[in-house]
Design a protein around this ligand. Structure first.
Ligand code: ADP
Ligand code: MG
Length: 730
């Protein structure tokens, strides 16, 4: 056995479950102690400064520079008390990770004395030298100006002795170089469109928030095993490896007892998360062995996403202390379930009404139906864009690949609501309705929606977009991704339909049709236009693929084609009309997504070549030599007939091994040649296409041959930790 694999297994054998680093205190006691939240602001800021922040958050008001100095000063005092030595603007470039550049608070005064300072300017805006972030042509490197600007709607926090200030990241011209800027714009667009519709039902509604509860799935594997797997280290997934005899077929992992080592890790990251104001609620084992999930209580979408990204960083840090490595990759192991980031999304008014929750009265239910149906219409209209918004190299292994559900968008509503929608189409007509008809409609259809749908919606786990009682759950989002992109697309798409809804209803009302009837008529129209997106059956089945094609629903063919969705006309129209992204920003994203995709495949292709040639082939040759020695020995001691009988299996193995070695060498060679060819293609979108068509198939083939060798070769010799170890040693 290779030293690494052997050492890893020995090391794990000696591991003790570490006691938690921090003794658990009642979670609520330390909740948010590292966050500069409103109660803390009240303590550290003057009323004037506090109000400035509050109205920046609540009413999008600008903060005056002088006041910014005051805010910075209060923030600094608090951060120093919390042990911070540095501060940083904290933002989301296009890397799925967050970015930070720390500055010490230390400064020198004119008289030479040293003090801790933090000015309003440093709080509000910075210009990190950001020339190395992907920017898709929005910025030439020689004028590499990128600015980070404070986002007061996500409170500053202290993490690892650093005051972190959530910011947006924009170019000199104000174009978004990050994921947060368009997300914030989409949240505003949805707020405006939704609030206007709400006022049909309640004149006092001022604001509507999109809220989000993010379920995060992940694998946790001993760090020593990861160290012995260069592919896991560099790409986050196994590029080789035969499936284990046992994986998830007994379904004994899901909701099982959490293993003690993992439990201790979970408790510690939860405790730390509470201090950062992340209200984690749920933890459990997931379907695949060594796969787990955690979920916080839902909150405003912008905050939920910041918290999710912070949580991922935090989990990785805490895991290291427990000699664990968290794998956020969507498909770290072939053949077992992948990981997602289920986005539970809904809209809530400033009066606390969930617009996707059926209410007690026909009136509140009509409001519910308006938002419910507009969301369906939005998902229908932009189904291809929405499915595309979750595609990446990683997630393509989970969606749309050979063993994964197809990448087709559909919505599961549950039977009760499916019936409600049908009745609306059947009963509402274009003609003016009589008062009796209207009353009947309200009582029969709208009045009959049960208030608690939660237990009514049988859970269809195969739907990429399911209604689960009081929210939609977008399940196709990948576990490693920043879900700002799909949430931005969803917010924008829904805002567009709400605007349309209002325009159509208003037009009917202008023709003297009463409000409720006008709403009913638009509802019917929207349902008729979009019902093909509704699907209650098995989304993983072959029949659905055909059925969806018949219905005219577009399937995402491959990842580069998904990126294209952002620069197709309907998407450009959507984002520019709603004011979420400009055409240039969209084209930049298109470039960036392709660039990242190409680079990721490039890394994987190099890695798989290395593994095959430097690990697998030499091991295969060594084992083959063993067999040859054995056969030569047998020849010496056996009669001709005996030899013919007893040496045949070994001879066959020798040849088989030879065959696999030959295949691997050829395939690696071709892979390298194809890569060279593809790399000569100038434009990233074209190169991405070549990488998909010309490289991925060889990588698959190499794996196939290497995995065959893994099954033949002496376990003692095999250099890489095997699936059974990665998935079951804990
Ligand atoms: P599941 O049973 O689907 O696995 P979980 O309990 O793991 O559900 O997670 C559900 C998530 O949905 C939580 O983050 C929860 O706070 C969130 N959630 C609940 N209600 C809403 C809502 N109205 N809007 C958005 N998110 C919600
Ligand atoms: Mg869950």
């Amino acid at each position: 056995m290779s030293i690494f694999r052997q050492k890893a297994l020995e090391e794990i054998g000696c591991r003790e479950t570490k006691p938690m680093f921090v003794e658990p205190t009642p979670a609520s006691k330390e909740f948010g102690i590292n966050v500069f939240d409103r109660p803390t602001m009240r303590k550290y800021l003057s009323p004037e400064a506090y109000n400035a922040v509050a109205s920046a958050v609540d009413e999008n008001k600008k903060i005056d520079r002088k006041i910014a100095d005051q805010i910075a000063s209060g923030m600094k005092t608090w951060a120093l008390e919390r042990g911070a030595t540095h501060y940083t603007h904290w933002f989301h470039p296009f890397t799925d990770a967050t970015a930070e550049k720390h500055e010490s608070f230390l400064d020198r005064a004119k008289d030479g004395s040293v003090f801790e300072g933090f000015s309003g300017n440093a709080l509000v805006q910075q210009e990190p030298d950001a020339s190395s972030f992907p920017n898709g042509g929005l910025r030439n490197t020689f004028e590499a100006r990128g600015y980070t600007a404070w986002d007061p709607s996500s409170p500053a926090f202290v993490f690892d002795q650093t005051l972190c200030i959530p910011t947006i990241f924009v170019s000199y011209n104000g174009e978004a170089l990050d994921q947060k800027t368009p997300l914030l714009r989409s949240i505003q667009a949805l707020d405006k469109a939704a609030a206007e519709i709400c006022r049909y039902f309640d004149r006092d509604v001022q604001r509507v928030n999109s809220v989000l509860g993010i379920e995060q799935e992940y694998f946790a594997v001993d760090e020593a095993l990861v160290r012995a797997r260069p592919d896991l280290q560099l790409t986050g997934r196994t590029l080789l490896g035969h499936i284990a005899a046992k994986d998830q077929q007994l379904e004994d992992h899901y909701f099982g007892a959490i293993p003690p080592r993992i439990m201790s890790f979970m408790k510690e990251f939860e405790t730390e998360a509470y201090k950062l104001g992340i209200l984690l609620r749920t933890r459990h084992n997931e379907v695949a062995p060594n796969q787990y999930e955690c979920a916080p209580l839902y909150e405003e979408a912008n905050l939920a996403i910041d918290h999710n990204l912070l949580l991922m960083t935090l989990m990785q840090r805490v895991a290291a202390k427990h000699n664990l490595k968290v794998l956020f990759h969507e498909k770290p192991f072939a053949g077992v379930n992948g990981s997602g980031k289920h986005c539970n999304w809904s809209m809530i008014t400033d009066k606390g009404v969930n617009l996707l929750s059926p209410g007690k009265t026909p009136r509140s239910n009509l409001q519910f139906l308006t938002f419910f149906v507009s969301t369906i219409r939005a998902v229908f209209e932009h189904h291809h864009l929405l499915m595309s918004s979750v595609m990446s190299l990683n997630n393509s292994l989970r969606l749309g690949a050979s063993e994964a559900p197809p990448a087709i968008m559909s919505i599961f509503t549950g039977s009760t609501l499916a019936e409600t929608l049908n009745s609306i189409v059947e009963r509402v007509s274009d003609k003016k309705m009589t008062p009796t008809e209207k009353t009947e409609l309200k009582l029969d259809i709208v009045g009959k929606i049960p208030e608690i749908l939660l237990d009514n919606t049988d859970r269809n786990r195969t739907s990429p977009f399911a209604f689960t009682g009081n929210r939609f759950e977008f399940r196709a989002v990948g576990s490693s991704s920043n879900c700002a992109l799909p949430m931005m697309a969803l917010n924008a798409a829904v805002a567009q339909q709400l605007i349309r809804f209002k325009a159509e209803a208003d037009a009917l009302m202008a023709k003297d049709i009463k409000k409720d009837e006008a709403i009913f008529q638009v509802l019917r129209k929207f349902i008729e236009e979009s019902h093909t997106i509704l699907f209650e059956g098995n989304g993983y089945s072959e029949e659905w693929k055909n059925e969806a094609a018949k219905r005219g629903l577009r399937r995402v063919e491959n990842t580069p084609s998904a990126f294209k969705a952002f620069v197709e006309k309907p998407s450009i129209d959507l984002f520019t009309a709603i004011g979420v992204m400009t055409e240039d920003e969209l084209h930049a994203r298109y470039e960036i997504f392709n660039e990242i995709y190409v680079k990721k495949i490039q890394i994987e292709a190099r890695m798989v070549g290395d593994l095959a040639i430097n690990h697998v082939v030499p091991t295969a040759i060594r084992y083959q030599s063993h067999l040859i020695k054995n056969v030569t020995g047998l020849k010496e001691i056996l009669s001709r007939e005996e030899f013919a009988e007893l040496a045949t299996p070994q001879l066959q193995s020798i040849k088989k091994i030879g065959g696999y070695i030959k295949n691997i060498r050829q395939q690696v060679h071709t892979l390298v040649e194809e890569r060279k060819k593809a790399n000569s293609i100038e434009e990233f979108p074209e190169r991405a296409k070549a990488y998909t068509e010309k490289l991925l198939p060889y990588m698959k083939e190499i794996r196939l041959n290497a995995d065959k060798l893994e099954r033949i070769i002496d376990d003692e010799m095999w250099p890489l930790p095997k699936y059974r170890e990665l998935l079951f040693v804990r």
